[in-house]
Design a protein around this ligand. Structure first.
Ligand code: CAA
Length: 256
């Protein structure tokens, strides 16, 4: 039984809602653990094709739980190794969509950046205020943002600790879509539903190849893409997709 999240599934979409509204969904360690366990559960569930992560109207998440972190020491952090839990999010194979309204700050922004697509309301606020606490992002923020918007812009935002509007985040290519705040969930579910119709094996092979592009050399990335292209030919969906094209009918994919 989860204490800090709610989850449910409908029509191939697994939804995780962050649920610590009293503290703007501040992420304590148990909450991160619950999120990761639920992501892994959906990833292993054949009935689920796409995962959606959302907060509430006021906040996606306002960061790691500062109260919990306050008394940490270098050794307590080394022994707890809290960010190992976050690394597991990058191992999820299915598409993860973040639906963001309100604050996505610090660890909350990092959680969104661990997702594959980010859909935000026009009032959403993204940022890394850690500098104001005398620290810095710890769950990958410096790396994700530098890779998304370039080193100079990332430095400016993370040094100043200011919040960026959804429009600015969109203009820099950090997020995918900006919609009216009332429409964030609807738009996210619409996109998720579209993805449920796509061949699941292609989606996971594409996810692996595209994310690898941020770390690998061009040739290494092309080699990985090629192997995944070959692997797709082991699927029934490849046969169905190409046969359907040839027979001039819509394909029906089964994820096999
Ligand atoms: N940790 C713990 N509690 C938090 C929190 C956080 N990150 N963010 C908000 N809260 C709590 C507040 O303490 C407050 O609790 P009480 O009602 O018990 O006082 C409640 O949530 C509501 O917050 P505010 O009253 O502050 O709401 P506001 O609308 O006036 O301000 C805010 C909103 C600007 C987001 C402000 O809450 C804020 O600055 N929060 C902290 C943001 C932050 O610094 N995040 C980075 C954390 S460090 C991190 O994330 C490290 C990492 O990389 C992993």
């Amino acid at each position: 039984m989860s204490k800090y999240i709610k989850s449910f599934s409908e029509d191939g979409i697994g939804v995780i809602q962050l649920n610590r509204p009293n503290v703007l969904n501040a992420l304590n360690r148990d909450m991160v653990h619950e999120i990761v366990v639920q992501l892994e559960t959906f990833d292993n569930d054949e009935a689920i094709n796409v995962i959606v992560l959302k907060g509430n109207e006021k906040a996606f998440a306002a960061g790691a739980d500062i109260e919990e972190m306050m008394e940490a020491t270098p050794l307590s952090l080394e022994l707890l190794n809290p960010f190992a839990e976050w690394d597991k999010i990058s191992l999820i194979k299915k598409p993860i969509l973040a639906a963001v309204n309100g604050f996505a700050l610090g660890g909350g922004f990092e959680l969104a950046l661990h997702c594959d697509l980010i859909i935000a309301g026009e009032d959403a606020k993204f940022g890394f205020p850690e500098v104001n606490l005398g620290v810095l992002p710890g769950a990958g923020g410096t790396q994700f943002l530098a890779k998304a918007m370039g080193v100079r812009k990332a430095l400016e935002w993370i040094w100043l600790g200011e919040s960026m509007s959804a429009k600015i985040a969109y203009d820099y290519g950090v997020i995918n879509r900006v919609v009216a705040k009332e429409l964030v969930e609807e738009e996210t579910m619409r996109l998720a539903t579209k993805l449920t119709k796509q061949p699941p094996i292609s989606l996971r092979l594409i996810k692996e190849a595209v994310h690898a592009a941020t770390d690998l050399t061009l040739q290494e990335g092309k080699n990985l893409e090629r192997k995944n292209f070959y692997l797709a030919f082991a699927s029934e969906d490849q046969k169905e997709g190409m046969r359907a094209f040839s027979e001039k009918r819509p394909a029906s994919f089964r994820g096999k």
